[in-house]
Design a protein around this ligand. Sequence first.
Ligand code: ZN
Ligand code: ZN
Length: 286
Amino acid sequence: MVTIKLPMTPQIEITLLGTGGGRFATITQKRRTAGIHIISEDLNFHLDPGPGALVYLISEGLNPQKLDAVFVSHCHPDHYTDAEVLIEAMTKGTTKKRGVLVASRSVLHGNEMRFGAAVSKYHQQMPERVIEALPDTNFQVGNINVLVTEARHTDPDTVGFRFETSEFGSFAYTSDTEYFEGVSKYYGGVRLLILCVMRPSGKPWKGHMTTNDAIKIIERAHPEQAVLTHFGMQMIFKGPAKEAGLIEEETGVPTIAARDGIRIKFGETISVQTSRKAQQGLNRFF
Ligand SMILES: [Zn+2]
Ligand SMILES: [Zn+2]
């Protein structure tokens, strides 16, 4: 019998493993804080592995030992706590020098302001490559070109990332930032924009993004799809889905509020799937 294997449409799978952000959403785990896991044809990487990243990767059936890169945008615990253990997984329990660590200056070296290095020197020696992510620089990881975007946050070294793929165009992650003149230019032309919208509309907080700020960024960048994540307590209580509706109404850009465990298929089209566990409400503490 001859079996004909049809080629699978290559696409990138983006799992929003955690959608909580800020101190209180983190310490209560009102939403998970496990970051974002991305699988492309030749590269698996994890963005901002906060508390729970390792545990939820495994519980969602993802394999941290298949990671090729770990990205850490800044030196706050909801973004970095599981970075070292994911580096250990990426390097086969520290037995193999492999993979890439991409991290802000504060995460690698600490900064004068108040933050110590968040990844130890010991763990920084394990990956094959360590890239200090400075705004407006770019580099290649696998077949993805990464542009480091500027963010303005309470860790002054915070950065966001824009990922350019050859087949499907680009997607981006703002990380924690307040709105500033020129932020949208980093995201112009992206097809999928993931925004860390910590606060709801009308609740501004220096260094953080509100729904109103997200509207300004999305209006100018005009992506094909916007995804809100990294919700603080006030946002959670107000209802992220309602806030996403507001953004969609104002900008005309399809916008969803992420839920823990959703998977986005990024290919010729962009589609969102809710995980079985998220649907059953088992997303917390499985
Ligand atoms: Zn944060
Ligand atoms: Zn932060």
